[in-house]
Design a protein around this ligand. Structure first.
Ligand SMILES: Nc1nc2c(c(=O)[nH]1)N[C@H]1C(S)=C(S)[C@@H](COP(=O)(O)O)O[C@H]1N2
Ligand SMILES: [Mo]
Length: 367
């Protein structure tokens, strides 16, 4: 056997697979220092699943649309594939991404930087299906239910198995880029990413993009399901009274991909700091880097243009210090409204929405 096959050579340009946070169900993240291309290769795209992936046969598959509609629908996979399609690029970030940076430690999967990715999604606009179904005037929420089922491990535990279900407001469901997608990066979805059909809700945290969708309910009351109120929700303030609201729009955030935590760097050498920044419905206009733990900031350059719902890769050409020792690097993005990322994590979000600048400690060696 020829040992000089290319997987023995530089791994810099090729995917290296995912990091296991939990097995069965699969919860796998991208080694974020592998960020190179604008589009995350499918094999590097994180997987976040509450229950084992259901095995859905596309020939038996049906999508039902029920509730407050004029025409209840039951569509086959081929019905959906026959409809006019739309393609969009969207960044999905799990609301728990970077949880490992919280101190004191927060319960839940200890995601580092890799529960985020940017892919090209193809499917049917959700609005096209809703137009055929004909929503009643008083519909406020569209509930999307996946075929995966189980009993959540976190308290409060429901009395029996439940399916993964989330709702989105009617106005969002009608946005042209909200898709029921069957392809990711030009190929049919992989089982872990929702085969045969999943929702893609650009601008929202990943939990809205329900995988393995089999049922859609048009609701005339705000949906109060487990993943809407108990999990994936936060404490808001209503006239001084704390209220529970569902997480929705992704917050402005940036991450350093290279160097990685505790990387050793040689002194006085050029080093390109590289990363990405994204947000829900705000354009990202500036990226600032700190090389001294936040005492001072310098501006980085974007590699990608502004594009709604996708990340912008950025870089900063640094010359590493000549003084050996530990250095803390930070990145902080600013949105079109002039607002930067917050300095600290907001405890109202619990173990979610980790959107403050994340410290990356590196060591500059003596020579
Ligand atoms: N049916 C179903 N859909 C789901 C989930 C799930 O557990 N079951 N996880 C959600 C969460 S929390 C995230 S972050 C995204 C992750 O999508 P991915 O695994 O394709 O990256 O899927 C969402 N859709
Ligand atoms: Mo998530």
């Amino acid at each position: 056997m020829d040992m000089k096959t290319d997987n023995w050579l530089s791994t810099a340009a090729r995917p290296v697979g995912l990091i296991i946070r939990q097995k069965d169900p699969n919860n796998l993240e991208m080694p974020f220092d592998r960020l190179h291309e604008f589009i995350t290769p499918s094999e590097l795209f994180y997987i976040r699943s509450h229950f084992p992936a259901p095995n859905l046969d596309p020939l038996a598959y049906r999508l039902s649309i029920t509730g407050a509609v004029r025409n209840e629908l039951s569509l086959s996979y081929s019905d959906i594939r026959a409809m006019p399609s739309r393609t969009c690029v969207a960044t999905l970030e799990c609301a728990g991404n970077s949880r490992v940076f919280l101190a004191p430690p927060a319960p839940g999967a200890q995601w580092e930087l890799g529960a985020v990715g940017n892919a090209e999604w193809t499917g049917v606009p959700f609005s096209a299906l809703l137009e055929i179904a004909g929503l009643d005037d008083d519909v406020c929420d569209l509930v999307l239910e996946g075929a995966d089922r189980g009993v959540p491990k976190e308290e409060p535990r429901p009395p029996g198995p439940i399916s993964y279900a989330r709702s989105i407001p009617r106005s969002l469901a009608m946005e042209p880029d909200v898709l029921l997608a069957y392809q990711m990066n030009g190929e049919d979805l992989m089982p872990d990413h929702g085969y045969p059909l999943r929702a893609i809700v650009p601008g929202n945290y990943g939990m809205s993009s329900v995988k393995w969708v089999t049922k859609i309910v048009a609701a005339t009351q705000p949906f109060q399901g487990y993943w809407q109120t108990s999990d994936y929700a936060f404490w808001d303030d209503s006239e001084g009274i704390p209220v529970r609201r569902p997480l929705a729009e992704m917050k402005l955030k940036s991450q350093i991909a290279r160097p990685r935590v505790y990387e050793r760097l040689r002194p006085g050498r050029p080093y390109t700091i590289f990363g990405a920044a994204w947000a829900g419905n705000t354009d990202i206009t500036e990226i600032w880097i700190s090389l001294d733990g936040g005492a001072s900031w310098v501006q980085g350059d974007f590699v990608d243009p502004i594009s709604r719902h996708t990340w912008r890769r950025w870089k900063y050409d640094w010359t590493t210090p000549t003084q050996p020792g530990g250095y803390t690097l930070l990145a902080r993005a600013t949105g079109a409204d002039g607002r930067p990322q917050p300095e600290r994590h907001n405890p109202n979000f619990g173990s979610y929405v980790i959107d403050h600048p994340l410290p990356i400690e590196v060591f500059v060696t003596g020579s």
